[in-house]
Design a protein around this ligand. Structure first.
Ligand SMILES: Nc1ncnc2c1ncn2[C@@H]1O[C@H](COP(=O)(O)OP(=O)(O)O)[C@@H](O)[C@H]1O
Ligand SMILES: [Mg+2]
Length: 265
């Protein structure tokens, strides 16, 4: 893969919800690392894609998980026909060549993995490749972005204070109902009226958060429901498939959500 493979060729559709575009531009201009906070499916990834496109930077995204090691990020020696050779990992690639590196759901990674970003996110802007014995100075255009879902955090799985304090942070949430309906209508190809119904249902599910639901229906789920309606299902069927069955196995909760759908149908 070359860095050009990570360039976005078309503009990722993004509806602004506030000042986030101007704020991000300022953070990028200052080359400060950015943390996007918010529930799943509310537009964080889409926003970074949009900004990478707007700033004409390649975007390298890494989905973090608990088995991820530092080598998965920085690279490793590989055995080839002519002996071993070093292969840069996704973070190193971004650091060397000036891409935006997006570490999605950073808290999923173990803390010993997360600390490798420390020297990158202060004035030094360097990435140490310990196994290779190299210090990579970050390209002037490099920027690090991480996402973080505050809802999932436990004491065991949180960012270290020393990590958190290196980042500017932006709060993301589900868009206001009017904007969310416009997003759902345009991305699912359904009418604004139907999209508004879906947004109303989502609002009810979001009110059940903490009362048996970990999180309410996301914008992503509403788009899925809309696409199912576009494919011929009615509102109740689409909501069952896209909104209710995925988020809970609890029979009472499913019933409560189905009643919320009926009330909006
Ligand atoms: N502000 C927005 N403008 C356009 N589309 C959006 C917006 N917010 C959410 N979406 C839609 O919702 C989907 C899920 O958003 P995503 O960025 O993947 O969520 P997250 O990264 O927060 O989990 C996107 O693929 C996009 O279709
Ligand atoms: Mg995401």
């Amino acid at each position: 893969m070359t860095l050009d493979d990570y360039r976005l060729s078309a503009e990722p559709a993004y509806h602004p919800c506030g000042q986030e575009i101007a704020h991000y531009r300022a953070a990028y201009a200052a080359r400060l690392p950015v943390m996007l906070k918010g529930p799943t499916g509310c537009g964080k990834t889409r926003f970074v894609e949009h900004m990478a496109w707007a700033l004409e930077r390649p975007l390298i995204t890494v989905s973090c998980h608990e088995d991820m090691t530092a080598s998965d990020l920085v690279g490793r020696y590989l055995l080839g026909p002519e002996g071993t050779h070093w292969q840069d990992g996704p973070l190193t690639l971004a650091v060397r060549h000036g891409a935006i590196c997006y570490l999605d759901e950073i808290v999923e990674a173990r803390q010993d993995t997360t600390v490798i970003i420390h020297a990158l996110t202060d004035n030094r802007r360097i990435l140490p490749l310990e196994k290779k014995g190299e210090l990579v100075q970050a390209h002037p255009d490099f920027q690090l972005v991480i996402s973080y879902n505050p809802g999932y955090q436990s004491v065991l799985k949180d960012l270290k204070e020393s990590t958190k304090q290196r980042f500017c942070a932006m709060d993301f949430d589900y868009p206001d109902p009017g904007i969310e309906a416009a997003i759902v209508a345009s991305q699912a190809g359904i009418s604004e009226g139907t999209a508004r119904q879906l947004v109303q249902i989502a609002g009810k599910s979001r009110n059940l958060r903490g009362q048996g639901l970990d999180e309410g229906a996301s914008t992503r789920m509403l788009i899925h429901a809309g696409r199912l309606m576009e494919a011929g299902l009615d509102l109740r069927q689409a909501c069952q498939l896209a909104l209710i069955t995925p988020i809970t196995d609890d029979a009472d909760m499913r019933q409560a959500l189905a009643a919320a759908v009926d009330a909006c149908a």
